[in-house]
Design a binder for this molecule. Sequence first.
Ligand code: CTP
Length: 427
Amino acid sequence: IDFFEDAKSIMIKNIPNKVLNLLRLLGTYGDDNKTPVYVVGGFVRDLFLGIKNFDIDLVVEGNGIEFARYASKQLGVKMVEHEKFLTASLFFKDGFRIDIATARTEYYDKPAELPKVDVSTIKKDLYRRDFTINAMAIKLNSGEFGTLYDFFGSRKDLENKIIRVLHKLSFIEDPTRIIRAVRFEQRFDFKIEDETLEILKETLEGNYLEKVTGQRIRQELEKIIKEKDPVKGIKRLAELKILMHIFPKTYFTTTMEKKLKNMLVSFDLLKNIYTKRNIFYAFLRILLEFYDMESLKNVEERYGIPKKFVDELKKTERRLIPVIEMIKTRIKFSDIYKVIGKPIFETATHIMAYLDDNNSREYFKKYLERVFSTKLNIKGNILKDKFNIKSSPEIGKIMNSIFCYKLDNPNINEMEKLKELLGGTIE
Ligand code: CTP
């Protein structure tokens, strides 16, 4: 088998000139330092898939940090070093970024812990990676610029649309790869290869996912949710019984799927209403719905979910049925307001998840627009000064009832309404 191939023509075809020139330049810096330098991982994968990817990961055989220092000086860009991992990052003014690593083999003291690092060669560096499709390198040094290093049949797997681990211990060494496998499968519409699927299941049944920190699981979940079709990803996690190792009390049903899909639609509907939004917490609203308090507490601690999330979730759960009913019967805005007030983004999408028809969604959207745009012109102290009302709770109550009235009748004369409400006596 030929491990090496000239990838220059596909690079010229698929990589913008600016990036291509930068890669050539980086290759000459490798020459200057007498160190082989490669572009690796997702960038190479996406090059062959014809997908735009400007996350450049470099691997240097030798001293990655020294190479990075040299490159940052030559290019005049900022650099951050991570001594412990033998890595560094270059930051360009336009936000462009290059990560530089030292070729390494990793060994694991214990499964599911972060690896220890040893300096090594490109082949070993690629072998420690998650899947074959992510384990290719292209050399950048001038003599060999564009030479593809494909030791593990990566291109074949790309062609056959297959997600495959490089060795049997891959999932045990890093159980978050279980979630990554699903993410790449869904993103590219690939299939997890049979033997890989077997190993995945064994690792799952060995409860290795439970040994990983909640923080790392959460990061991978957030990545799934940022993909184009997150519901498909979550569904697949459930199908492979991965979801129950993440959220033990979550049972994925067709109803849940429908709710998640409705929620997805609502993100788009609500995008101009909310600036503060957390898509991850929105999805969690559905995944963690109707949990008992103890299970919820466990999940909260494991994944670093704020107490506020739990409070808002429970509060919304209690109001859900009446609010849905009110929206469906097109009850007036002020009545909805009395139940949910001005909901945060996650609560609004949670309610939207229960609305299956477009007219109800539009009605609720109008409610939200109205509630956030309605402002009273009159101030509370007018009640003190002109109507001689001194008690703050009472002032609050009156202001609120005028606000409610204005929700239903945006064009009212507030002063007239006030007089009507208080018997028309101005002092
Ligand atoms: N990697 C790995 N095991 C992990 C995470 C990452 O082996 N648990 C390796 C893979 O080779 C991957 C590279 O590190 O290609 C970079 O990881 P990441 O940036 O997370 O993924 P990308 O492949 O770049 O994917 P994306 O397109 O989502 O950025």
